[in-house]
Design a protein around this ligand. Structure first.
Ligand SMILES: Nc1ncnc2c1ncn2[C@@H]1O[C@H](COP(=O)(O)OP(=O)(O)O)[C@@H](O)[C@H]1O
Ligand SMILES: [Mg+2]
Length: 323
């Protein structure tokens, strides 16, 4: 990587600190016996994540999500470009103590109990025994595991959902400011996913910054402030859900008949389509319905204009000729 010291994160307009910033970040893996095959996994990524945000990175399998996470965590070396975490260049030792990480397929020592793995992690962070003793039950409570189970049950007897929870507790053992989660909902049933979303939201309430990868779009839509979509290592769009999908409360109205001049006052982007007037509602739906008689129009339909994140995602990829 180029000398990272010259790269300073840009301050934001409202002074919210930047927690993650990448500039032209790229990764090409060399594979095959002679390391001659090249797989471009990240391509010139410019990304900014602010303090306190829940940021969702989306993309199909193989899009480069895990590679980006591992690059930010210093597990994988970038081929080109620069990045900072908490204002410091990648790999800074002090920063490592301030971040948490739940890997895609967490690996555990089968014969340890949940409590022991958390103590082991606490030891890696050199947390005093008294801090560990207070924090472990707190974390178990947060992730929904009982102290009794955690003390008695070895990890080889945990279900996938329980392992995911203990992995989450492990990622939080050092009370990190910034948490990286790689597919935190994977392998969980609907209730487990709901609970994982609740955990993420409670971390957000504590002011932590959360950066997570997922291909479960409905989960992302429910909890993220901002998202970015990766496709074959390229970031094809990024923004808040409102920026990408439009206002939550925007409606598309279709009416039959009516005076176009009056309609124009109530509907933006008014146009005539298949014998109907179509436009985006300017005010409240109930006010519009109350005024139909005045407009002398018959209401055909009134629908939310905003697509789901899934519809948006599929359209973005199909516009690029994927799938
Ligand atoms: N260690 C590696 N060596 C070679 N290629 C890799 C390695 N890790 C990932 N890749 C390739 O990089 C691309 C992105 O993979 P990954 O980051 O795991 O995607 P995602 O997490 O979005 O599914 C894929 O084509 C994958 O095969
Ligand atoms: Mg992955």
């Amino acid at each position: 990587m180029d000398s990272a010291s010259e790269f300073q994160p840009m301050p934001t307009e409202d002074d919210t600190p930047i927690v993650i910033q990448t500039q032209n970040l790229s990764k090409t893996y060399r594979t095959g016996f002679w390391l001659v095959q090249r797989v471009r996994s990240l391509s010139a990524l410019d990304l900014t994540v602010y303090q306190g945000e829940t940021f969702g990175l989306l993309g199909q399998n193989g899009a480069g999500k895990t590679t980006l996470l591992k690059t930010l965590l210093g597990i994988v070396r970038p081929s080109k470009g620069k990045a900072t975490l908490l204002g410091k260049p990648l790999g800074d030792r002090k920063v490592k103590g301030r971040i948490g990480y739940l890997p895609e397929n967490p690996y555990f020592y089968d014969y340890l109990t949940g409590w022991e793995i958390l103590e082991f992690t606490g030891g890696l962070f050199q947390l005093p025994a008294r801090v560990q003793k207070a924090r472990i039950p707190e974390l178990l409570d947060l992730v929904g595991l009982s102290v009794k189970d955690a003390k008695k049950k070895q990890l080889r007897r945990y279900s996938k959902g329980m392992l995911q929870r203990i992995g989450m507790a492990q990622a939080l053992m050092n009370d990190p400011e910034l948490v990286f989660l790689d597919e935190p909902m994977s392998g969980l049933d609907p209730l487990g996913r709901f609970q994982m979303r609740e955990i993420i939201q409670s971390l957000k309430r504590q002011g932590k910054t959360i950066f997570f990868n997922s291909h479960v779009l409905s989960d992302v839509e429910k909890i993220c402030d901002r998202v970015a979509i990766l496709d074959k290592g390229e970031m094809i769009c990024a923004g808040s859900l409102t920026e990408l999908l439009g206002d939550v409360r925007s409606y598309i109205v279709k009416v039959k008949g009516g005076n176009p001049e009056i309609l124009q006052q109530r509907l933006a982007n008014l146009h005539f389509q298949d014998g109907l007037w179509v436009g985006v509602l300017k005010g409240e739906p109930q006010d519009f319905m109350a005024s139909l008689r005045l407009i002398q129009a018959q209401l055909i339909s009134i629908n939310l204009a905003r697509p789901s994140l899934e519809e948006f995602f599929v359209k973005q990829l199909s516009d690029r000729g994927v799938g």
